[in-house]
Ligand binder design. Structure first.
Ligand code: Z15
Length: 807
């Protein structure tokens, strides 16, 4: 079953055949795009075959498998990842000599499939890699959005959004499985009727939509595992209205199409924020219905019963977005397979598990009861019954029905999706220790008291194979030389690097590698923006979605404070520093866009003022994406992880920077807490309020004015914001911070400001006065990152939630 050592000659033969078959030309005269496509198809088909073998093995052994349901998978580019994981990058490079082309030239042709917003979607993709590599049978289910996350372009200093047409190149990775399409039904009426054989439910669903699967294969590293990512495309079933057609109205006859096909048209671009839109609800139900039908059908075909579904399938819902799979499975079991409620419920709860990714109230999904009732009448009925039975049970157990009511799925006019998920799952987990603790203590307190055994933590992770081995080849080569390549499959072995903590040659090499990676990023910045950055300055990077709680604004306030110092000639403490930001804002998130606008304006201002640019520089890198992150992470020296404590569920960028040798400046939040535990406080620049301090400060009443009055620095910053810079005023941000109509500075930048400056001063004195010590800190960070590999995360899910075995 293991991939044979494939030779370059063989790769050539396959590419040549593909080119001749497809374009009817000699491979010598093929252009780079044709070669890209031919090679990708060759690899895709290799994986298709390998996945079949893997699947056959799993089926023969009747092994349990996991289905990971998620509205987002930020897969990143596939070609390099698959060649790397198949261990045929070198052979392919040799093969390409025949066409006079380099792999690197092909890698840049591929477009990032941006089928996700940020951390949540990228996590799902890292999981697919770790599942395959460790030989766990896994299928991911998501939507084949025709347009992924928008492309960000800054025009006149303001974020604008352009469509992301990823399919124009990355379609080569997809295999259509039209014959496995299923029908998803919306709208209509339910009629109940008692007959001699019991209750009969009559459905009439006027809207039927087809879900067509497109399969993408994700290779594991060095082994037999291949993960399948199945993406659903929506298609109109009655795509032609024959009445209209026969009346000669050709255009209108086909126009019904767009209604159905809108479902998989575009990814909702808000991260950590729900909108409660009908189309989004349709997307969610479309995903879960198509996936659940497929899972059940396959299981029934093999076992001729669904009694043992939970022994053979673990269904994981990533956040509440796929919550409707719980009532959908109930519907299928009862209506299609004749199960009783009790039996069906037992099967469903034992099959489904749920991960929560946020405590932000604006991200906790609720849908209007009325919308669910009309769009999904049967599903609404089932949710109501789930809730009725649950409240009955909890009320009796507590002997207090009012107390039980606090866990209801129904609010006044809303359905609370998280409550539905908790009730319908056997396990609920948070994504970092602190986050899981906050869930138990606050957001899900009532449920924790009711069913403590359901609650768990599984700290997030990242695939170090993409985020180190592939994206930072210099560091990878050094590690291979020093500790051997074993860490590639056993990331905890990265700790062996620690024995070089006092080795000056190694420390120097780490320093050199960082410098090379900084040069690459600087070159990219110069080529893209004609901004030159000082590669001897410290690269201080904040790369993540733009959100108030993540506090890009706090970072910007410090920049302003430095500008003020420089303009006042007060420069003795100022060290060369390059601030790099990369962040997309949700298109409708005005405040976030305004913060981007300010950062861009500061960047312009500095680039026009050589006296400031001597010391500091600011760059806003547009269109943050997986492939951009692959350039940014290796170049990071100071990793900004500065969310208000208690707000960032985990963070995963923090892990990527650390793995690449950056030192973190951060708050006691999310997985930062665990990073500190690994590296020790002496290898982390910790600052700011703790989560419980934030909570109590909020309760007693936070007043930013209080900090403003006490601090000359903050007063000067507010002055600066009010005056603005030539051509731009930042008055509205000043108002936001001091508060006019609402609470000023709701994410407490002012409260943490002094502490943040202190931490930066400490960082800069180590970096500029004791570079050896800095390099040691960097080494400790790399060496301690093994535990944040998604291999570890997946093993925890497999052992303690999904109960699946690797082959
Ligand atoms: C998202 O990217 C995250 C949480 C959400 O609720 C949504 Cl809708 C999107 C992020 C968290 O903000 C981040 O802290 C975490 O690391 C990531 O999910 C993966 O768990």
């Amino acid at each position: 079953m293991r991939e044979k050592n494939i030779e370059a000659k063989h790769i050539n033969a396959l590419i040549d055949e593909e080119i001749s078959r497809y374009w009817n030309i000699e491979s010598r005269s093929a252009n780079s795009i044709q070669i890209y496509r031919a090679l990708s198809v060759v690899i895709r088909d290799m994986l298709l075959k390998k996945h079949n073998q893997f699947k056959n093995f799993v089926n023969k052994n009747e092994q349990k498998q996991v289905y990971y349901i998620c509205m987002e998978f930020l897969v990143g580019k596939s070609l390099r990842n698959n060649l790397y994981n198949l261990k045929i990058e070198n052979e392919t490079e040799i093969a390409l000599k025949k066409y006079n082309i380099k792999l690197e030239d092909l890698y840049v042709i591929e477009k990032d499939p941006g089928l996700g917003n940020g951390g949540l979607g990228r996590l799902a993709s890292c999981f697919m890699d770790s599942l395959a590599t460790q030989g766990y049978p896994a299928t991911g289910f998501s939507i084949k959005y025709e347009f992924g996350l928008f492309k960000q372009k800054i025009i006149d200093g303001w974020q604008t959004e352009l469509p992301d047409d990823w399919l124009t190149t990355s379609d080569v990775w997809l295999v259509a499985k039209t014959e496995e399409r299923v029908v998803v039904k919306f709208d209509g009426k339910i009629r109940e009727e008692w007959t001699t054989s019991g209750l009969v439910i009559h459905h009439d669903y006027p809207t039927e939509i087809e879900a067509v699967p497109y399969d993408m294969f994700i290779s594991g590293y060095d082994g037999d595992g291949v993960s399948l990512l199945r993406l659903w495309e929506s298609k109109s079933l009655n795509s032609i209205d024959m009445n209209l057609f026969s009346q000669g109205d050709y255009i209108r006859a086909l126009s019904e199409d767009s209604m159905a096909e809108a479902i998989s048209k575009v990814l909702y671009p808000a991260d950590n924020h729900y909108e409660g839109k009908i189309l989004r609800l349709k997307q969610q139900y479309f995903l879960v219905s198509a996936s659940a039908q497929t899972i059940v059908k396959k299981h029934y075909k093999k076992y001729k019963t669904l009694d043992n579904l939970s022994d053979k399938a673990a269904i994981h819902i990533n956040d509440t977005h796929p919550a409707l799979i719980i009532p959908e499975l109930m519907r299928i079991l009862m209506d299609d397979y004749g199960y009783s409620w009790e039996k069906a419920w037992y099967i469903v709860v034992n099959t489904v598990s749920y991960t929560n990714h946020t405590v932000l109230s604006e991200a906790l999904e609720t849908f209007d009861i009325d919308i669910v009732k009309t769009k999904l009448p049967r599903i609404f009925m089932i949710i109501s019954e789930i809730n009725r039975r649950f409240l009955q049970e909890a009320g009796s157990k507590y002997n207090d029905f009012n107390k039980a009511e606090q866990m209801s799925v129904f609010g006044y006019d809303k359905i609370n999706m998280a409550n539905l998920c908790i009730i319908g799952s056997h396990t609920v987990n948070g994504v970092a220790k602190l986050h899981s603790e906050i869930l138990r203590r606050t957001v899900f307190k009532k449920f924790y008291e009711y069913s403590p055994y359901k609650f768990m933590n599984v700290t997030n992770g990242i695939t170090h194979r993409r985020w180190l081995n592939q994206s930072n080849p210099r560091l990878k080569n050094l590690l291979d030389d020093l500790i051997g390549a074993d860490y590639t499959k056993h990331p905890s072995k990265l700790s062996e690097l620690k024995k070089y903590i006092d080795d000056d040659v190694v420390l120097h090499k780490l320093d050199e590698i960082k410098y090379e990676n900084k040069k690459l990023l600087a070159e990219f910045i110069y080529n893209t923006y004609q901004i030159s950055v000082n590669t001897d300055s410290i690269f201080d990077i904040q790369a993540k979605r733009l959100h108030e709680y993540k506090r890009q604004l706090l970072n910007a306030l410090r920049i302003i404070s430095l500008i003020i110092d420089i303009n006042e000639g007060n420069t003795t403490h100022i060290k060369p520093e390059t601030f790099i930001f990369a962040a997309k804002a949700a298109p409708g998130y005005y405040r976030a866009k305004e913060i981007i606008q300010m950062i861009v304006a500061l960047s312009d201002y500095i680039n026009k003022n050589p006296n400031i640019k001597k010391y500091i520089n600011v760059v806003f890198v547009e269109n943050y994406s997986v492939s951009l992150a692959e350039i940014i992470m290796p170049a990071g020296e100071l990793s900004e992880q500065i969310s208000l404590a208690g707000k960032e569920a985990s963070g995963t960028g923090n892990m990527k920077f650390m793995l690449n040798g950056a030192v973190t400046i951060g708050t006691y939040d999310g997985a930062n807490v665990e990073i500190i535990n690994q590296v020790g406080e002496e290898n982390f620049f910790l600052f700011g309020l703790r989560d419980y301090e934030v909570e109590s400060l909020w309760k007693t009443g936070y007043s930013s004015i209080h900090y403003y009055q006490k601090s000359l620095k903050l007063r000067k910053i507010i002055d600066f914001l009010n005056k603005g810079i030539p051509s731009k005023s930042f008055e509205s941000i000043s108002k936001y911070l001091l508060g006019d109509s609402q609470v000023g500075d709701p994410y407490m930048c002012f409260a943490d400001f002094d502490s943040y400056l202190d931490a930066h001063n400490k960082a800069s004195s180590v970096y500029f006065d004791d570079k050896r010590k800095w390099n040691q800190m960097s080494l400790v960070n790399i060496a301690s990152a093994g535990i944040f590999s998604s291999d570890r995360t997946i093993k925890e899910y497999a052992d303690s939630i999904w109960n699946i075995k690797s082959i």
